[in-house]
Design a protein around this ligand. Structure first.
Ligand SMILES: [Fe+2]
Length: 339
């Protein structure tokens, strides 16, 4: 039950001269999207009698449903705050609802990039482990938000690339490759991107290697040479991936082509179909370059990671295997981004 005092305090007006520089107002959407249980964020409200903000929720404390309702009520009225020192924690909390995060004035484009990349990594991993429709829907939801984020300002792709590539662990390779593929796609189509296509194109780039979820980790992390049987199994993963995607009800060219063709090479030396030249589509060519590029710049069991521009230039020289225009777009993109 709320006390009369609390009701009275709810009527407090926040004076304009209150020094809240160290704090930001928290939006109710962030609270509503939180999973049940304790929140990792300290919360503050304005108290008129003290003319200051006071802590009313300590991070990690129990959060009964009625307490959460009260906090949402305060946030609705713009009376709930968090410390700017907790910005990173706040951004993590806002990740529960990436769509609402896009409208949150507390979050910078870089914060949003961090939220989108970590949510894609988390939801992609869930889907790769359990290729079921609910997991796919969760990934689609965050990819749709990413498409909006990039669609409103194409330069936002730079934030996605720089945030995602801070982590070059093998676990993150498939996220980073998806982001780089999207950067290449935008570089190639800067003046003719159809905004509605950004979501399916992005989804295809984050799903293309789903067939690898059927290849055992023992095999992918093996430092010695693979046996002939193991190599055959590995080379089946684009076809395995295609079957998984079709089973999930995905049938668009933007989604299927990168999966089917990311190991095909222009000169016919790739797999699984030994496709040649024009038989390989643009999405397949982009996924091929992004996949090889990210493999080169990631630490692997048998080789150290490479410098990004050097790796892209090396791919540019391999024009019998990789699409020259796509590789050139990658080099141009890397030379153009700040930092
Ligand atoms: Fe692959």
């Amino acid at each position: 039950m709320r006390s009369d005092v609390e009701d009275y305090l709810d009527r407090d007006e926040i004076p304009e001269d209150l020094n809240v520089e160290e704090f930001n107002q928290i939006g109710p959407a962030v609270l509503r999207a939180q999973p049940r249980g304790p929140m990792p964020l300290n919360l503050y409200r304005y108290r008129k009698k003290l003319n200051s903000l006071v802590n009313i929720y300590a991070a990690g404390a129990p959060m009964p449903a009625d307490h959460l309702d009260h906090l949402v009520h305060l946030a609705d009225q713009g009376r709930l705050f968090f410390s700017r020192n907790d910005q990173e924690i706040y951004a993590r909390c806002a990740g529960s609802d990436p769509d609402a995060a896009l409208d949150d004035p507390n979050l910078t484009p870089e914060d949003l990039a961090g939220i989108l990349v970590s949510e894609i990594a988390r939801r992609q991993k869930e889907l790769f482990e359990h290729a079921m429709v609910p997991q796919l829907e969760r990934l689609v939801q965050v990819v749709d938000s990413l498409a909006v984020y990039v669609g409103v300002d194409y330069d936002n792709i730079d934030h996605l690339v720089s945030v995602s590539h801070r982590n070059r662990d093998r676990e993150r390779q498939r996220v980073n490759a998806g982001v780089i593929a999207l950067a290449i796609y935008l570089q190639l189509n800067r003046d003719k991107v159809v905004i509605e296509n950004l979501a399916p194109v992005s989804l295809g780039f984050f799903l293309y290697d789903i067939g690898m979820s059927r290849v055992s980790r023992l095999m992918t992390e093996k430092t010695s040479q693979l046996s002939a049987t193991e190599r055959r199994k590995l080379k089946e993963h684009p076809r395995d991936g295609l079957r998984i995607l079709e089973k999930l009800g995905l049938d668009s060219e933007e989604v299927l082509e990168p999966c089917q063709q990311h190991h095909e090479r222009i000169d016919g030396s790739g797999y699984p179909g030994q496709l040649k030249g024009k038989e390989i589509g643009l999405y397949g060519r982009i996924a091929a370059v992004a996949d090889s590029f990210c493999a080169m710049i990631t630490d692997r069991p048998h080789s150290a990671r490479r410098n990004t521009v050097e790796a892209a230039v090396e791919l540019l020289k391999m024009d019998r295997a990789y699409d020259h225009r796509v590789c050139r777009a990658l080099v141009q993109y890397l030379q153009g981004i700040p930092g």
